[in-house]
Design a binder for this molecule. Structure first.
Ligand code: GAL
Ligand code: CA
Length: 371
């Protein structure tokens, strides 16, 4: 099992506006302000993180055996979050928590259900909460509930907005976010395409890259940034892009399969299919094959997550590439942050990690590292 320390801390301070649907000019209307100070903050914060990790290590596991952890997952029926929660539970146990004291609940993609679950955890008096919100926009309400009950809170996977994160810091609340910067994953998807060379990707030779975009839940910053930054990487390389279709597949394989089937029949000139995650890329692949197309020959396909099946497709050449969404670093980082609150060591307000670009060259080693 690969053990990677979450050591990179960044701040997320950006504003963005975006419309879904390339017919309405999604990419063109997106505006982003990126905080240039992020790297500096990351450097100074790394030291603090190291100190916190040492404190956690010296705390000893005996103290954790009777601590209660509540974990809220937005939806169990999500491939990536299933990998995440399985690893989270195993790692919490390896750090000294008792399995009986770890409760993981399914929000069933419904914020009202999840808010109830949070209230129940508060009534039970858990020592720490790890929350993957159904709606990131509900974060302020969730934070108020949890902080009001004096329970430390670790957000995962769905990042609350910059205003919400700023509130934790200005109030010195025991609240943090552990996750990766979705802009990086989008950029890497685009770079995988750019690295192939324009001559290869521009199959009809019209000087433009015809693409379709299949988005995750549009309320989720991961979907927004991957959509924006994948295409931006092509434009930054000086390529001209032509968005043929932009649809919401809600991270779901079957939904994406249907959407891509429709898109390909309406737009056979499609050269690249961008999917915000691998589950949707697997659905896209089913439709690409059903349409008699061949990835790497007459179409290109990229996803994000590095699910085992997607890695096998990358190795077989049936997916152009993916981006490893490091559920191991993120789940360990979230558990470590929870421990740091319990031991009193505390945490920074943002705990980041890096994505990894995956192509045929390294797909086998990523696959091996996950076994
Ligand atoms: C993303 C991941 C998706 C989906 C989503 C849920 O980071 O790439 O597959 O799990 O999180 O919020
Ligand atoms: Ca073209």
């Amino acid at each position: 099992m690969k053990k990677k320390l979450v050591s990179l801390l960044t701040v997320s301070a950006m504003t963005m506006s975006m419309l879904v649907g390339c017919g309405q000019g999604a990419a063109e209307t997106a505006t982003t302000e990126v905080a240039e100070t992020a790297t500096e903050v990351a450097e100074t914060a790394t030291q603090a993180a190291e100190t916190a990790t040492e404190a956690a290590e010296t705390a000893g596991s005996a103290d954790l055996a009777d601590k209660k952890v509540g974990v809220c997952i937005y939806q169990f029926a999500d491939n990536f979050m299933t990998l995440f929660r399985t690893e989270l539970e195993n790692y919490l146990i390896s750090q000294g928590f008792s399995k009986d004291n770890i409760t993981i609940v399914d929000g069933a993609n419904d914020q009202a259900t999840q808010t109830n679950q949070i209230q129940n955890f508060i009534t039970q008096g858990v020592d720490v909460l790890i929350i993957n919100p159904v709606n990131s926009s509900s974060a302020a309400t969730i934070t108020d509930l949890v902080v009001g009950a004096d329970i430390p809170l670790v957000y995962i996977n769905r990042e609350p907005d910059a205003d919400e994160e700023a509130r934790w810091q200005s109030n010195s609340w025991n609240v943090t976010y552990v996750g990766c910067d979705a802009r990086q994953s989008g950029t890497m998807q685009g770079e995988i395409i750019v690295d192939l060379g324009q001559d290869k990707v521009d199959l009809n030779g019209d000087g433009k890259i015809q693409y379709i975009m299949i988005e995750g839940d549009p309320e989720n910053v991961d979907a927004q940034y991957r959509t924006e930054f994948s295409v931006k990487a092509l434009e930054d390389a000086g390529w001209t892009v032509d968005c043929l279709d932009d649809q919401v597949g809600n991270w779901d394989q079957a939904t994406a399969q249907q959407l891509v089937a429709n898109s390909l029949s309406a737009h056979p000139e499609t050269e690249v299919v961008f999917c915000n995650n691998d589950a949707m890329a697997l659905g896209a692949l089913q439709s690409i094959e059903a349409a008699g197309r061949k990835v790497g020959e007459d179409i290109y396909l990229v996803g994000v997550d590095a699910l085992t099946e997607a890695l096998e497709d990358v190795l077989a050449g049936t997916m152009t590439g993916t981006v490893f969404n490091d559920h191991i670093a993120q789940s360990h980082g979230a558990a470590d942050a929870a421990i740091n609150y319990i031991t009193g060591a505390g945490n920074e307000y943002y705990i980041g990690c890096d994505y990894v670009k995956v192509t045929t060259e390294n797909a086998q080693s990523v696959l091996d590292s996950l076994k």
